[in-house]
Design a protein around this ligand. Structure first.
Ligand SMILES: NC(=O)C1=CN([C@@H]2O[C@H](COP(=O)(O)OP(=O)(O)OC[C@H]3O[C@@H](n4cnc5c(N)ncnc54)[C@H](OP(=O)(O)O)[C@@H]3O)[C@@H](O)[C@H]2O)C=CC1
Ligand SMILES: N[C@@H](CC=O)C(=O)O
Length: 362
């Protein structure tokens, strides 16, 4: 009996808090989503109420199950079948003043729904770059939804939360304009090339980067340059360059034979990356250079991402761990670029970027 009373009290308190509070639904409980679930159990997130969570196969909307610290693990084998409408209904019936959908997946179909969710009055906070860094019509639909008042938290999509997009918007609001952009926009590729000295196979380092949660769900998204190109597009578009995906020249490090196999087969054949990269590394070393995966946008709007040999004195040659580096030359940062640098991948920093965006909505 007392347990029933206690439960009723909790529900009443929850309903009261919800009326003025923030309700969230989380899509994706993988590396980043799992780290966010941990953060949601800290005092920093005390004002937030999780009303739904889902992986690709199962979901949970029961308050008791959502409060379970083992939620991420449990969702792997228990939960209701996936149904987006039920998750959105959990937001609708929460009574919360602020309703937020968090996308911590890499799923393009979910990303394609962001603009519609915004138009329906939900706020969207995302680590998923597939919409803003995808085809131009998707970006335009997103801009239209934001212009109607939808709020879009995208800090996690570039630099895993480094203050790149916020800085760019601030400069733009002051009438400053981006002229050129250059840097290392991939945490995993930074980690790989900062460490790779030819003494151990590149494939071994890649396995390590994957285990540490730095790579995309399919590491070919990193190695193909696709993830870096998306980030370049997101930055360029936020700076007012409406670039299409076909306007970025992309160099892929994935050998032809591994491009169309399934993810498991790719992961079983990582050693095929070793020989070509060992050769390029040795050639660069013989000339006193190092390899870095750079993104560049010049003043004429020409964009390229790919592996570049740079001298040991180059700023990108002096990065550590998963460091990203964004050098922004603008009309006012003209003789010297504004440089933003720091860890650009990893579950904790990315989850923090998501939480920060949610808290900024409240
Ligand atoms: N790792 C990092 O350092 C950073 C990652 N990001 C971005 O964060 C996102 C997530 O990355 P990460 O956590 O590493 O990837 P993971 O593969 O670890 O997790 C992805 C999660 O998304 C779930 N998922 C896939 N499709 C759906 C769907 N339709 N509905 C609900 N859930 C779905 C997966 O479910 P299931 O478990 O069933 O497969 C899984 O739980 C990516 O977009 C990535 O680019 C951004 C910045 C940094
Ligand atoms: N896989 C990405 C993660 C962040 O976006 C990277 O390596 O940078």
């Amino acid at each position: 009996m007392s347990a029933v009373l206690a439960e009723a009290d909790v529900q009443t308190a929850g309903a009261n808090a919800a009326a003025s509070g923030t309700a969230i639904v989380l899509f994706g409980t993988g590396v980043v989503g799992g780290a966010l679930l941990k953060l949601l159990n800290t005092p920093a997130a005390a004002s937030l109420r999780l009303v739904g969570a889902a992986n690709s196969r199962r979901q949970q909307t029961s308050a008791e199950q959502l409060a379970d610290r083992a939620l991420r693990e449990k969702l792997k084998s228990h939960g209701d079948p996936r149904d987006d409408a039920t998750l959105l209904r959990a937001l609708d019936t929460s009574g919360a003043a602020v309703k937020v959908i968090i996308d911590a997946t890499a799923n393009a179909n979910l990303a394609a729904r962001h603009a519609d969710w915004l138009a329906r009055g939900y706020h969207v906070v995302t680590a998923n770059k597939a919409l803003a860094g995808g085809e131009l019509p998707g970006w335009r639909a997103l801009q239209a939804a934001v212009a109607q008042g939808g709020r879009y938290g995208d800090a996690a999509t570039v630099g895993a939360g480094l203050p790149v997009l916020s800085t760019l918007r601030r400069l733009r609001a002051c009438g400053d304009a981006l002229l050129t952009l250059e840097g290392v926009f991939s945490g995993s590729l930074s980690y790989l090339f900062n460490q790779y000295d030819g003494s151990q196979p590149f494939s071994g380092l890649l396995r390590e980067a994957r285990k540490l949660g730095y790579t995309e769900p399919d590491p070919r998204s990193d190695l193909s340059g696709e993830d870096v190109a998306r980030k370049l597009l997101i930055i360029a578009r936020n700076a007012g360059f409406a670039l299409g995906t076909d306007e970025v020249e992309v160099e892929s490090l994935v050998p032809e034979a591994l491009r169309s196999v399934d993810t498991d087969s790719f992961l079983a054949r990582l050693e095929e990356l070793d020989e070509p990269l060992a050769r390029r590394h040795a050639e660069a070393k013989a000339r006193g250079g190092v390899l870095r995966f750079l993104a560049r946008l010049n003043q004429r709007g020409k964009a390229r991402v790919g592996l570049v040999e740079v001298p040991a004195t180059h700023p990108a040659a002096r990065l550590y761990g998963t460091d990203n580096q964004f050098a922004l030359t603008t009309t006012r940062y003209h003789s010297q670029p504004l440089v933003i640098q720091g860890p650009g991948a990893g579950p904790e920093v990315t989850a923090q970027a998501l939480l920060g965006d949610v808290l900024a909505l409240t």
